[in-house]
Design a protein around this ligand. Structure first.
Ligand code: SF4
Length: 703
């Protein structure tokens, strides 16, 4: 009815990278309700617990930042100021630092939850006009190892499959992921597919027995960090048994000989010993792969968040390559993006080592193209600071000002106590957020209130390259503004041209023009086309709607210079922190089903707090017995960096010698003893610069 049309708009869930379609109903009293969009191809009407409760986060404005605040020096309290005052002063401070210390003395640290248009203008501002590449986002903590893995193996940062491949696959190899909790709607599709086709096989690789294992035909409960050894061992069995695709390897891939040499360095028995699984289970995994017609590998943080994250990714993609399970229906690597728009951010180049439309920062032709297009300053060839490097640079004084947008690094960065000390001493801190809760706010010199999901319009890209348009449904409270608007106002205060957009559609139009003739060409796209079709997958070159641009590499030509995929012979050595007699346990951190990130939204929803009301540590009964710990005790967990005190949750679902802490909790009532990242360490993957959240050495004792 006309009434429904006026009061209902489409959007996309702003939590995980599954990217479910949502209908937002605008109620008469100004509040909203949400429901799953039945016409949306991703979720067909389904929503998980987080998505179903999105309206509470919008309707409850009690924690919202309502107006800009500022303090003139660190000893003064924050006071309410106008937008002009906040942005004028910040522009003056930025100019002073840039003049005195150079453009690399300032940085933006943003989020995988930003809309594509927001990323675009931040990236343009710092790279095109300020002259530094110091923009990074919390996607660095999330998908950067997968990005490097894809680029090295396939020549481009791209997920080759689409979700419709799920229903065409007969084997899923799920590793370092718990999609039953963290990507629930995608997992519902796998469950439904297996229910309808009992022959479909699922292998789960995880040191924990997660809910995802409920569906597994084979659970390989490996020792943390041994993924490469396991994948190599499976590769070896496949080669030994002749279960590889020689035609694909010969014609469409390179590097097989070196790969073969490296996987044959270890016997299967040796690998089984290292991984803590049986030899027969490794052989069974290889058997399942050999029998599969459609073989999908799925992974997320267990592989990415590692000091050898890139090697783990490559060792996994290798299994698709040696078996030729890529570029055909129901087969290929499917990295499960953590955040709703990590991929959209990368499309505009929103990381410190990237350029718009996946251009290369170290390519002078690409730099010149972008500089000419933007009409600003020459692009600096030097990669900018990554997430953890920004805090190191604040620490040693190279970085003078940091602008934090839509993320809470004091809960989410590794070694969080050090990060907090660093932020406390930073010269100038701008925090742009929707919530008055993040710990960063107490160290801010300027606080800028941002509009939240459903209060602004823009686009996002999900894990299967699907671009969707998010409608604005309600006004932002108080003086809060959309992030893109804040950045454009600031850019104008800095005196830069090229930030006079009338509306987000203008930003989007500029972004798509810049993608022309690249691998991710979406130059044919605009808001009207996306709105008309609900969503569109890239690439999208023509202005004509094409339904199936969904699966890449059907012609088996890859984006590498030789058009062949690269099988990389990666070493399997683990470079994570060593355990010793003082810190004998391995800590792994992760998510729980009903919370998202640092909880600034999900903790507002009573229903979502019921699942786990507080932080806890999961430990195996044999370990607990040895330590005199019983269920419900308070345990003290220490690492070389800090400590945590949380309730003990004894469970046979975790491997002996390993403990698990949820990553969501930060400071509560001034105490940081729930914060898992007090314990995690500064080690990063040398290439992807992604932190080693899944492995650090700890001790655990009774409080
Ligand atoms: Fe939102 Fe992800 Fe849940 Fe879908 S699966 S409703 S995108 S949190």
């Amino acid at each position: 009815s006309k009434n429904k049309k006026d009061t209902r708009v489409t959007s996309t869930c702003c939590y995980c990278g599954v990217g479910c379609g949502v209908l937002i109903n605008k109620e008469r009293n100004g509040s909203i309700t949400v429901e799953g969009n039945k016409d949306y191809p991703v979720n067909k009407g389904m929503l998980c617990s987080k998505g179903m409760n999105l309206h509470y986060t919008v309707n409850d404005k009690s924690d919202r930042l309502l107006y800009p605040q500022m303090r003139y020096n660190k000893n003064m309290p924050l006071q309410r100021v106008s937008w002009d005052d906040a942005l004028n002063r910040t522009a003056a401070v930025f100019k002073t630092f840039i003049n005195k210390y150079g453009p690399d003395s300032v940085a933006f640290y943003a989020s995988g939850q930003c809309l594509t248009e927001e990323y675009y203008v931040i990236n343009k501002l710092i790279k095109g006009f300020i002259g530094s590449n110091n923009i990074d986002t919390n996607s660095r903590l999330c998908m950067s190892s997968a990005v490097v893995g894809y680029k090295m193996a396939l020549g481009e940062d791209c997920v080759p499959v689409c979700y419709d491949d799920i229903e065409l696959a007969d084997l899923f190899y799920v590793t370092g992921a718990n999609p039953a909790w963290c990507h629930p709607i995608l997992w519902r599709r796998v469950e439904a597919h297996k229910a309808a086709n009992p022959d479909v096989k699922i292998i789960v690789v995880d040191p924990r027995v997660t809910d995802t294992c409920a569906l597994a035909d084979l659970h390989l409960q490996i020792n943390p960090g041994t993924d490469v050894t396991l994948n190599h061992a499976i590769g070896r069995v496949l080669i030994e048994n002749g279960d590889i695709d020689l035609d694909f390897i010969t014609n469409h891939a390179e590097g097989f000989e070196q790969y073969s040499a490296i996987v044959f360095k270890r016997t299967i028995a040796e690998a089984a010993e290292i991984c803590g699984v049986t030899e027969s289970d490794i052989r069974l995994a290889a058997l399942y792969i050999s029998e599969a017609k459609g073989f999908i590998t799925m992974w997320t943080m267990g592989l990415n968040q590692s000091a050898i994250g890139v090697n783990k990714n490559l060792s996994l993609i290798n299994l698709n390559l040696i078996t030729g399970h890529i570029g055909k229906p129901g087969s290929g690597p499917l990295s499960l993006t953590g955040q709703p728009n990590a991929m959209g951010g990368r499309e505009v180049g929103g990381l410190s080592n990237l350029m718009p439309a996946h251009r290369d920062l170290n390519n002078p032709v690409h730099r010149e193209e972008v500089q000419k297009f933007w009409g600003g300053n020459a692009i600096n060839p030097k990669p900018g600071l990554t997430a953890t490097e920004m805090f190191e640079a604040l620490h040693d004084g190279r970085l003078k000002a940091i602008w934090i947008i839509c993320t809470n690094p004091l809960t989410s960065l590794p070694n969080a106590r050090l990060a907090e000390e660093v932020l406390k001493k930073a010269n100038y801190v701008v925090v742009q957020d929707i919530s008055n809760k993040p710990e960063t706010l107490q160290y801010a010199d300027v606080i800028l209130p941002a509009a939240a999901w459903a209060e602004k319009e823009g686009t996002m890209t999900n894990s299967e390259r699907r671009i969707s348009y998010l409608h604005k449904a309600v006004d932002a409270p108080g003086e809060a503004l959309p992030d893109a608007e804040i950045i454009c106002r600031f850019a104008r205060k800095m005196g830069f041209n090229g930030f006079d957009y009338q509306k987000p559609a203008d930003i989007y139009a500029e972004h798509v023009r810049l993608t022309a003739k690249t691998n991710i060409d979406i130059s044919g796209l605009n808001y009207d086309i996306i709105k008309e079709h609900g969503s569109v997958q890239w690439p999208y070159k023509k202005k004509r709607y094409v339904k199936d641009s969904s699966r890449l590499f059907i012609n088996r030509q890859f984006y590498t210079p030789t058009q062949k995929a690269c099988i990389h012979a990666v070493p399997d050595e683990l470079t994570s922190e060593n355990t010793d007699s003082n810190y004998p346990f391995v800590l792994t951190t992760g998510r729980i089903r009903d919370q998202w990130h640092t909880m600034s939204k999900t903790a507002k929803v009573n229903k979502l707090n019921q699942h786990y009301k507080q932080a806890f540590v999961e430990i195996h009964p044999n370990d607990a017995n040895g330590l005199g710990l019983t269920d419900g005790d308070i345990a003290v967990i220490k690492s070389r960096r800090g400590e945590v005190r949380v309730k003990v949750h004894i469970s046979t679902e975790i491997k002996q010698g390993v403990i698990f802490l949820p990553m969501h909790w930060g400071k509560i009532l001034g105490s940081d003893l729930n914060r898992a990242n007090n314990l995690t360490n500064d080690l990063i993957d040398p290439v992807s610069k992604e932190p080693d959240f899944k492995f650090c050495a700890v001790s655990i004792t009774k409080y």
